[in-house]
Design a protein around this ligand. Structure first.
Ligand code: PGA
Length: 258
């Protein structure tokens, strides 16, 4: 509705941070509240810290809070799980779904991802649908089909008009985490171009070995609305450095005309 397009910068803390560490990060965001102009920032703590971060962030600090996962059922006998409604109640407005670590270690499949995307939308949360090909698929040149297939199956339970509520994060498995390899912009460009052309999502983010050295170049890849960052953003000063890079990239007027 005429709203200028924002550049997204978000981080998931994965299985890290005590409550004290989470609150200290939130305090760093509050101190930098002027830095977020034109940037749609989000932070995804572990479930234990969602409410603490929410309570620490006054509403005028424009940083959204997410959850790293939630179950698709609204309630019930699912020991160890939390529902979409519960993470929303704790203060999350966004929920990460289908991260490669969950697909690899916790049996997440395209089917459970689709159930969770549907449940997130029903709960009023923004699903952050994570997709990406493993190294072997990339080596065989199959990444476009792989990623398009994961997204189609992940969105398969949504009514067409609800696709616009989903944020897609393209995170090639070979680029994520300690053993990950930083991508060249040219390596991700075909997938980043395909996603907005094929799917009418709210935004398309890139994630996997993003850091303050490569962030501007990755943001410049056409089709890219923002970055989803792990290790390089777990220190609040580093997170804010990425926010400032995104704000500058935006002011410089990226060629991306989406
Ligand atoms: P990384 O993680 O930035 O530490 O590679 C990215 C992710 O898992 O989303």
């Amino acid at each position: 509705m005429g709203r200028a397009r924002m550049t997204w910068i978000g981080t998931s803390w994965k299985m890290n941070k005590t409550l004290a560490e989470a609150r200290a990060f939130a305090d760093g965001l509050v101190a930098a509240r002027g830095a977020f102009d034109g940037v749609r920032a989000f932070v995804i703590p572990a479930h234990t810290a969602i409410a603490a971060v929410r309570e620490r962030l006054p509403s005028h600090v424009p940083v959204e809070i997410g959850a790293q996962n939630a179950h698709w059922a609204p309630a019930g006998a699912y020991t160890g799980e939390v529902s979409m409604g519960m993470v929303a109640d704790a203060g999350a407005t966004l929920v990460e779904i289908g991260h490669s670590e969950r697909r690899e270690h916790f049996g997440e499949t395209d089917e459970t991802v689709a159930l969770k995307v549907e449940a997130a939308v029903a709960a009023g949360l923004t699903p952050l649908l994570c997709v990406g090909e493993p190294a072997g698929v990339r080596a065989a040149g199959g990444e476009i089909d792989w990623v398009a297939g994961q997204v189609s199956r992940g969105l398969s339970r949504l009514a067409g008009h609800d696709v616009g509520r989903v944020v897609i994060a393209y995170e090639p498995v070979w680029a994520i985490g300690e053993g990950g390899r930083e991508p060249l912009p040219d390596e991700i460009a075909p997938v980043m171009g395909m996603l907005p052309a094929r799917f009418a999502a709210a935004a398309v983010l890139y994630g996997g070995s993003v850091n303050r050295r490569n962030a501007a170049a990755l943001l410049g890849v056409p089709g890219t609305d923002g970055l989803f960052v792990g290790r390089a953003a777990w220190d609040v000063a580093e997170f804010l450095a990425l926010v400032r890079i995104a704000a500058r990239a935006r002011h410089a007027g990226r060629p991306d005309a989406r």
